[in-house]
Design a protein around this ligand. Structure first.
Ligand SMILES: [Zn+2]
Length: 176
């Protein structure tokens, strides 16, 4: 147990809380569950742990750059950024607050949890599309009458849907 408060650590949490997701700037990487930990490594160095969302999401290097920039700006160097693959990221980690922000931004947040018990530890498995998901509600009007137009939306993490009531297309953040 550490008796003294670690101000650098607290400050690092503070600045990283506000680092936005590069693809969905209304939510932070903490709210999406990408920021896993800010801690002292065994050698005493400040260590930030981030986890990739969907495999192949090109945003990961951008996120590492943004984290580095935030820490540099707060003069918290030296530090190191570690990525972890276990436990594998899941949309279950997205906070309720962030789900609301996604909806307000026009992206339907993931519904339910990822299908299949292997979901949480699927880092080494290929991503397969799960066809039996309930249709996401329209983020514009709340209608459940939506149809999938494409498996991939503006990024591989999202699917493109259209509302059958208000006719608006929207991105759906796929559960994973
Ligand atoms: Zn609608």
């Amino acid at each position: 147990m550490q008796a003294m408060a670690d101000h650098a650590l607290e400050r690092a949490w503070e600045v990283l809380e506000s680092v936005p997701d590069p693809e969905i700037p209304v939510v932070s990487i903490r709210e999406l569950g990408i920021l896993r930990d800010v801690r002292r490594a065994a050698d005493g160095q400040l260590e930030v742990v981030i986890t990739p969302t969907y495999s192949g999401c090109p945003a990961m290097s951008q996120i590492a750059e943004d984290v580095a920039h935030a820490l540099d700006s707060a003069e918290l160097a030296p530090y190191r950024i570690a990525t972890t693959l276990t436990p594998a990221w899941t949309t279950d980690w997205i906070t309720d607050e962030a789900r609301e922000k996604l909806r307000a931004y026009g992206i339907a947040p993931p519904t339910g949890n990822c299908g299949g018990s292997a979901g949480h530890y699927a880092a080494e498995q290929p991503i397969t599309f799960i066809p039996k998901l309930p249709a996401p509600a329209c983020p514009h009007c709340g209608s459940q009458h939506t149809e999938r137009l494409a498996q991939f939306g503006s990024t591989a993490c999202k699917a493109l849907y259209r509302c059958l009531d208000c006719r608006e297309p929207f991105d759906y953040f796929k559960p994973y």
